[in-house]
Write a protein that binds this ligand. Structure first.
Ligand code: WTA
Length: 650
């Protein structure tokens, strides 16, 4: 069964409900369901009220400008600075000495930065950026491991108005190169390396390889993390610690317009080329701060930990910007959950007395597999709220999380959103919403989501279709960097005047949303978003390959695994060695996250008469299903043949 069908089947049987526990409601920040009605009655008023909790240098004139839809503007003419909101405004309060970031490195080293410390480091870094020639509007690519310098660098960019583009440390040199070139970055911030399962990820080496083909980059700022010998290009490369040692403390924050770009973040779509999702300053900060505060029920004494990597949007919005804007203590961990042992997450919860934990279903499924003895050896009694993000959570994993991590005491917020949405859009409010395992429940106040059929008509409760958003929200992407047409075509053209998410969903009789997964050529491997076309281009880049079709095949732990069907050039044999070589080729082109789990050599691929590869049928084969509709195939014999070979291989 395809993963979403598996989910669907489990979900249809799912009838358990979990109302918010009394002890939780008692102290909850939001405990009155009337917030939904209020927001519905006056959506813009609701968002304006949320914007009051941000510090503005100049207040906005208008909450939402729809005159040039779908290029919406929020908080028109408002002026603010994100780093000021995440740091400076806390300094005049008791939070000055509060831990802003609690960081733990994979080898076990740790650092705590108070808001005052963060001010010092960020303003120094901002001065370093200026010294290296970065000006307001210049793009800076950040390719760092999960170390405090990553958050510091982002905030320093925000301080001087230089949009950052963070590239996940697991991406290859070639992926880094393409992302640098797309945004024409002037500076790259990297490290010698990062730790992963005791080994070194050679970030500087990848960076050097990338920069051979990045003419826009003038300078490189390098953090010393792992300490091995690295190549150093005089006049281009600068050590972070040397520059920071001389940099003065204090740097006036730029007054940015609400609609000025805060960052670009690349994500996979339905074409071979990743797209640069553009987020801006005002609406984004309002959206992430409000959702973070209300969905995670943030109190001033909380220790909050989101286990994502900052290389993904979850880390941007819910490790850095949302939590720091709220003056919260945010935990950052550098490494792997199974290093040195499989209880590392639980050791971190115990060590820092984490209260709120936000992680991914794929991690929960791995923990389930590793067994309950690992969490059982640690004291998890500090936890009071749990969250998940990134993919549909199967009710079984939900129940395991609820029971073995939350001790049947902690509500779980299953949060649906995307790189493009910038902020969580569908999620319970833990003091209000009755939970159903496997459902992201209902749209956040002020958000209008719906499920529609092929023609754009809303489906009746109890049925499924496409998930859409009926009206703009403050943290929405504003465009695709350098490609506004693609922004319109991709998101605002499938149905009239609404945003198309690319996800399928069902609504139950209570109106709850059950997200079924992607309906486009995007696959979700361990919560990482990959484009099938991207991986196919990486495969056909290999000299032995004629054609390739990539699908996401249902996988116990990862949700989906990359599975490739490959035809080879005339006279080349499909050997296990070649399969390994192709896997390595994909890793080199994209990064280890895209490595195919299996490669199946076939003489032909099933195509429609117009030549389109029918991946859907390949998925049916890979997941052992009865073949779907084959009437549009140019040659139905091809698919029957592949099926037979595939099954004899299994
Ligand atoms: C999926 C990650 C079900 C969905 C924040 C979406 C989810 C894609 C959930 C975006 C959830 C994310 N339940 N599916 N709670 N959260 N997704 O851009 O398919 O990396 O479209 O953003 O992840 O992935 P992205």
């Amino acid at each position: 069964m395809a993963s979403e069908e598996r989910v669907l089947e489990a979900l249809l049987k799912e009838e358990r409900t979990f109302p918010p526990p009394a002890y939780f409601v008692d102290k909850a920040l939001v405990k009155d369901a009337s917030i939904y009605e209020e927001a519905k009655a006056d959506r813009e008023g609701f968002w304006a009220k949320q914007a009051e909790s941000i510090d503005w240098f100049q207040k906005w004139d208008k909450v939402l400008d729809t005159s040039n839809a779908p290029f919406f503007k929020w908080f028109v003419n408002g002026k603010l600075n994100v780093s000021y909101n995440c740091i400076d405004r806390h300094l005049n309060t008791w939070r000055r000495t509060k831990a802003a970031i609690i960081w733990e490195g994979e080898p076990g080293d740790d650092r705590v930065l108070t808001y005052q410390d963060l001010y010092r480091e960020v303003t120094k870094c901002a001065n370093v950026l200026k010294e290296l020639g970065v000006k307001r509007g210049d793009r800076v690519t950040i390719y760092l491991p999960m170390i405090p310098e990553l958050a510091i660098a982002m905030l320093a960019c925000a301080r001087i108005g230089a949009p950052h583009s963070v590239v996940f440390g697991g991406f290859s040199a070639e992926s880094l190169r393409d992302r640098i070139n797309d945004c024409q970055a002037k500076l790259v911030i990297t490290a010698d390396g990062g730790w992963r399962r005791g080994g070194i990820v050679p970030l500087k080496k990848n960076c050097d390889d990338a920069l051979a083909q990045c003419p826009s980059v003038e300078k490189v700022l390098m953090v010393k993390r792992t300490g091995q010998d690295v190549n150093f290009v005089e006049g281009r490369d600068y050590w972070w610690h040397e520059m920071m040692a001389r940099a003065p403390i204090g740097c006036e924050p730029e007054h940015m317009d609400a609609e000025d770009m805060l960052y670009i973040l690349y994500t996979s779509g339905t074409t071979g080329k990743p797209k640069g999702v553009v987020h801006t300053t005002g609406g984004y900060l309002v959206g992430v701060a409000a959702t973070h505060r209300m969905i995670f029920d943030i109190k001033d004494d909380d220790i909050y930990w989101c286990t994502a990597d900052i290389g993904w949007v979850t880390g941007h919005s819910y490790i850095v910007y949302g939590p720091l804007a709220n003056g919260c203590t945010t935990v950052m961990y550098e490494g792997s959950p199974d290093w040195p042992e499989r209880d590392r997450f639980w050791a971190i919860v115990e060590k820092y007395r984490v209260n709120i934990l936000y992680t991914a279903p794929t991690a929960i499924r791995a923990f389930m597999r590793w067994g309950t003895e690992w969490p059982a050896r640690r004291d998890l009694s500090s936890l009071r709220l749990l969250g998940t993000v990134g993919e549909p959570i199967n009710p079984e994993a939900w129940m395991w999380y609820y029971k073995y991590i939350g001790n049947e005491r902690c509500p779980i917020v299953d949060t649906w959103w995307q790189t493009e949405t910038g902020m969580i859009l569908i999620s319970p409010l833990p003091g209000v919403t009755t939970l159903k395992p496997g459902s992201a429940t209902v749209p956040f106040p002020g958000v209008e989501a719906a499920v529609v059929d092929n023609t754009g008509k809303e489906v009746p409760l109890g049925s499924g279709g496409y998930l859409i958003l009926k009206s703009p929200w403050p943290a929405m992407l504003r465009t695709i960097y350098g490609d506004p047409d693609r922004y319109v075509a991709q998101y605002w053209s499938r149905f009239e005047n609404v945003y198309f998410t690319g996800d399928g969903a069902r609504r139950d009789e209570d109106g709850y949303f059950w997200i079924m997964g992607r309906v486009d050529d995007v696959i979700n491997v361990s919560g990482h978003r990959l484009g099938t076309m991207e991986i196919e281009s990486a495969l056909v880049d290999h000299p032995a390959v004629a054609e390739a079709a990539v699908i996401g095949k249902a996988h116990e732990v990862k949700g989906q695994a990359v599975s490739a069907f490959v035809t080879l050039k005339e006279g080349i044999q499909g050997t296990p060695e070649l399969a390994n070589e192709l896997k390595a080729h994909v890793v080199k082109k994209i990064g280890a996250i895209a490595r195919p789990e299996d490669i199946f050599f076939t003489a032909e691929l099933p195509k429609t008469r117009s030549g389109k590869i029918m991946r859907r049928l390949l998925r049916d084969i890979a997941e052992g299903r009865v073949l779907g509709d084959t009437t549009t195939l140019a040659d139905p014999a091809v698919v029957a043949q592949i099926k037979e070979q595939y099954e004899s291989k299994e």
